[in-house]
Design a protein around this ligand. Structure first.
Ligand SMILES: Cc1cc2nc3c(=O)[nH]c(=O)nc-3n(C[C@H](O)[C@H](O)[C@H](O)COP(=O)(O)O)c2cc1C
Length: 332
């Protein structure tokens, strides 16, 4: 039997153990606010370049900015140099409640720089990075790893023990290797192995697409928290569904009116923060995800790519959902 469990990571007390994953190009401030609105215990920034922050790159600092409604916010940094990561931690810690170091990103550009999952090839460097970052902040410190570089080198247990010895407060595991990318299934059994090997909280990431998946991951792995990534795209209410399920209630189904309201709210928040032009570009992918499973979605998606101005886009969204609502009412 599961229930909603408050989670403690170092000195940080979270209301629950449902965490929204860092997603580059996606988990910006407006989307994080939506995830928080649906009850996420913790949300994360996109991964932020430690080198970029040190160079005072404006683009990197923008990624750290948030609305108070998102609190508590985890800041995720990536890099490969202990000194640079420690300095980036000092500069960014005030923006959030927790610092996380990315040790799982499989993207070639990141790997070539020695960061992300390339670090898994060098556990001693991981130890040096954590020691340096640990000394740079009193805030809770976590790492996010994959299970290894490839199946011949599954070293997540070794990495996790090193990290624990150097003072991390929790470990997130996405149990796929770097070479696997996003193929195959995440191996939740590896989460159980990790849970048995360390004393700090273990956060499970990978393939939670439904509330039942979240319950299942908690059950099979006994991990302390679950992280929601792709499952929340176009469905941020998945977090609410999981919390209802864990609380023993029947999940409150999302209504078409609520879907419309969320899509429009997302669009408006994006405009308020970034301006109309960027809102139109940023929201294309989200709107296409919001439309999944709704009749007329293919036509709607085709329209999205050809609309370049905010007001016509907003009208198109309203028209699409009005039609969906009308169809729904007809079928009642
Ligand atoms: C588009 C995309 C962007 C991602 N960006 C990040 C990132 O910035 N930092 C990170 O640690 N993981 C990142 N991930 C990995 C996710 O956080 C998560 O671990 C992975 O997607 C597995 O979980 P899921 O099946 O729930 O999506 C990204 C994944 C995707 C699909």
């Amino acid at each position: 039997m599961h229930k909603i469990i408050p989670l403690t990571i170092g000195s940080l007390k979270l209301a629950n153990n449902i965490i929204a994953a860092p997603l580059a190009g996606i988990t910006d401030s407006p989307y994080r606010r939506l995830l928080k609105h649906f009850g996420a215990g913790l949300v994360f920034t996109e991964m932020v370049s430690a080198n970029g922050l040190i160079r005072d790159g404006k683009g990197s600092v923008v990624l750290l900015q948030s609305d108070p409604a998102e609190s508590p916010l985890g800041i995720q940094l990536f890099g490969d140099d202990p000194v640079v990561l420690a300095e980036a931690t000092r500069r960014s810690a005030a923006y959030g409640a927790l610092i996380d170091i990315n040790m799982g990103c499989p993207v070639k550009k990141v790997i070539r720089s020695g960061a992300g999952s390339a670090l898994l090839k060098n556990p001693r460097l991981i130890g040096r990075i954590i020691a340096a970052v640990r000394a740079a902040t009193d805030k809770p410190l976590t790492i996010k790893i994959r299970s290894g570089w490839d199946v011949q080198h599954l070293n997540f247990l070794e990495v996790a023990r090193i990290a624990q010895d150097e003072g991390v407060d929790a470990i997130t595991l996405h149990p796929r290797t770097r070479t696997q990318g996003f193929c195959g299934r995440a191996d939740w059994q590896q989460l159980a192995e990790l849970k048995g090997a360390v004393n700090v909280p273990v956060i499970g990431s990978g393939d939670i697409m439904t509330a039942a998946d979240a319950v299942e991951m908690l059950h099979v792995s006994k991990c302390d928290a679950v992280m929601i990534g792709r499952g929340g795209l176009g469905r941020p209410w998945l977090i609410r569904e999981i919390l209802s399920r864990l609380g023993g209630d029947d999940p409150t189904p999302v209504t078409m009116a609520e879907r419309c309201d969320i899509a429009l709210r997302h669009l408006d928040w994006q405009r308020d923060l970034f301006g109309e032009h960027k809102a139109v570009l940023d929201l294309r992918k989200h709107l296409s995800w919001y439309s999944r499973g709704i009749s007329g979605a293919a036509t709607f998606r085709a329209q999205l790519s050809s609309i370049n101005d905010f007001d016509p886009l907003r009208r198109t969204v309203t028209t699409f959902f009005d039609a969906a609502l009308a169809t729904e009412n007809l079928n009642l």
